[in-house]
Design a protein around this ligand. Structure first.
Ligand code: UD1
Ligand code: MG
Length: 484
């Protein structure tokens, strides 16, 4: 028990901090009442990615030997988001406070001796560089516990760092338990700590829930540690933006802006032009080639890559897509799970739905929708067209208003169009149907049968011209009025 520990023990405990081992505990069990949401707080996205993935990434970057995530609210959904990552999950059924959450995680670390890093699932902006600084400071001082702090203009909502006249930390006061004098303190607790593992296991047993929330506060470990004569420090960083804890939608928006600014800065440093970076939304995993220009209002998300010199015009959304080099995506186009070859042009107002593949130099114009459609090199569909479940060869011209009728109410059927086919305007392909190479489909045709290569297909009512008909009609109408 901690009460039996003396100063020598403290030195011995601190020795644990000097080996290079680090294990990380991430607290992510809370619902986040102040978010007023049906979705657990750590699942809310920041720059398009669930918040919980950011601290996991930091732990990976500092080479944490193990990463233990404490989950509770919507545990299954949090687990889904973490699947594929090398993390261990611990369940906190009832959210009894941050100390209780860490205690549960420590149950899987009974044998462990070394540094334990505690991160909050709701502090996504923290950088691994800051964490490395914190761990080094902790080790250099031979501390038993070090808390990461910063000073902010508006400290409301955060735990305040109470220091003595000589500047050493005395305790952390939660806002709910603080008087006005304490509330004026601008130095806040980031919710990020490093502990000596043995100290942490012991101190957790001593923490009580005598506070406004009746919760077990991890922050109480400071006072308890100091009382026992251990070296407890506060490590202040100037990187105050990193410390933002997300408790409300306002803070969520703030974190999103900061994260997107970081991402955009990275791309601009790599040679991407952004006309207005504050109005350009690029996801964490997007990669963009040199001399790409992105106009305001573009949203580029998921696992998207964009080749060199391409231009993304205003208000387009591109998701999980591979865009080649020298591609123009014109205004207000939506591109999802698609691939676009070098030199192609898409839009304005085009919709490439999942499974669209465009080879090189394809042109997709105004109000064209594609779904599970392949278009070979140099093919064009420039206006007002729907191509679904279609395989279109190279150098094919699709006239304005052409539609693949791919759905019979029950099943989807394919349309196959060979190389060099010319499709006139306003053609309907009633799938399944195959058009041979070099065929010519007359404008206004409804194609229900396969067309052999090189043939003309025409299926429309023959035009009849009735000469003098308009004049005769006028006369008929005139007579009728006179009769009245
Ligand atoms: C906490 C700190 C506060 C600090 C702030 C930084 C405590 C008591 N207070 O306050 O000093 O300034 O973070 O952002 O630690 N969680 C669990 N299980 C629980 C309770 C919480 O896993 O039983 C998780 C939450 O999901 C969250 C994190 O711990 O990711 C912090 O909890 P939260 O309720 O947000 O604490 P704050 O009030 O922000
Ligand atoms: Mg919080």
């Amino acid at each position: 028990m901690i009460s039996t520990l003396h100063f020598e023990d403290s030195l011995q405990l601190a020795a644990g901090s000097f080996n290079n081992k680090i294990i990380t505990i991430i607290l992510a069990a809370g619902l986040g009442k102040r978010m007023k949401s049906g979705l657990a707080k750590v699942l809310h996205p920041v720059a398009g990615i669930p918040m919980i993935l950011y601290p996991v990434k930091v732990a990976e970057e500092i080479s944490s030997e193990r990463i233990i995530v404490v989950v509770g609210h919507q545990a299954d959904r949090v687990k889904d988001v973490l699947s594929g990552r090398d993390v261990e999950i611990v369940q906190q059924v009832e959210q009894k406070g941050t100390a209780d959450a860490v205690r549960l995680a420590m149950n899987s670390l009974i044998e462990y001796k070394g540094v334990v890093l505690v991160l909050c699932g709701d502090v996504p902006l923290i950088n691994s560089k800051t964490i490395s600084g914190l761990i080094s400071a902790h080790r250099d001082r031979g501390a038993i516990m070090t808390v990461l702090t910063t000073e902010v203009e508006d400290p409301s909502g955060y735990g305040r760092i109470v220091r003595s006249s000589d500047g050493s930390i005395l305790r952390i006061a939660e806002e709910r338990d603080a008087d006005n004098e304490i509330k004026r303190i601008k130095e806040i607790n980031s919710g990020t700590y490093v502990f000596d593992s043995l100290f942490l296991s012991e101190v957790l047993r001593e923490i009580k829930s005598e506070n406004a929330q009746r919760e077990f506060y991890l922050t109480d470990s400071i006072e308890t540690g100091l009382k026992k004569g251990f070296k407890v420090y506060a490590y202040k960083t100037i990187e105050r933006e990193e410390i933002i804890g997300i408790n409300s939608r306002n803070e969520l928006a703030m974190a999103d802006i900061i994260m997107r600014r970081r991402i955009n800065n990275r791309h601009m440093l790599n040679g991407v032009t952004m006309i207005n970076p504050d109005n350009t939304y690029v996801g964490m995993d997007v990669s963009i080639g040199q001399d790409v220009t992105i106009y305001p209002g573009a949203t580029i998300e998921g696992n998207t890559t964009i080749g060199s010199r391409s231009v993304i015009y205003p208000n387009s959304r591109i998701v999980n897509s591979q865009i080649g080099s020298d591609v123009n995506i014109k205004d207000s186009s939506v591109i999802e799970d698609s691939r676009i070859g070098d030199g192609s042009q898409v839009g304005p107002f085009a919709h490439l739905r999942p499974g669209t593949i465009l080879e090189k130099n394809v042109r997709i114009g105004n109000y064209v929708e594609l779904k599970k459609a392949f278009m070979g090199e140099g093919s064009k569909a420039n206006h007002l067209t729907y191509l679904g479940d279609a395989e279109i060869g190279s150098d094919v011209n699709i006239g304005a208003g052409t539609i693949t009728c791919n759905y019979d109410g029950k099943k989807k059927h394919r349309t196959t169009i060979g190389d060099g086919v010319f499709v006139g305007s306003d053609v309907q392909f009633v799938a399944p149907v195959k058009i041979g190479e070099g065929a010519f489909i007359a404008a206004g045709s409804t194609v229900t049968k396969d067309v052999p290569p090189g043939s003309l297909a025409i299926s429309r009512v023959e035009q009849k011209n009735m000469e003098g008909w308009v004049e005769k009609r006028k006369k008929r109408k005139g007579n009728k009025t006179q009769e009245k």
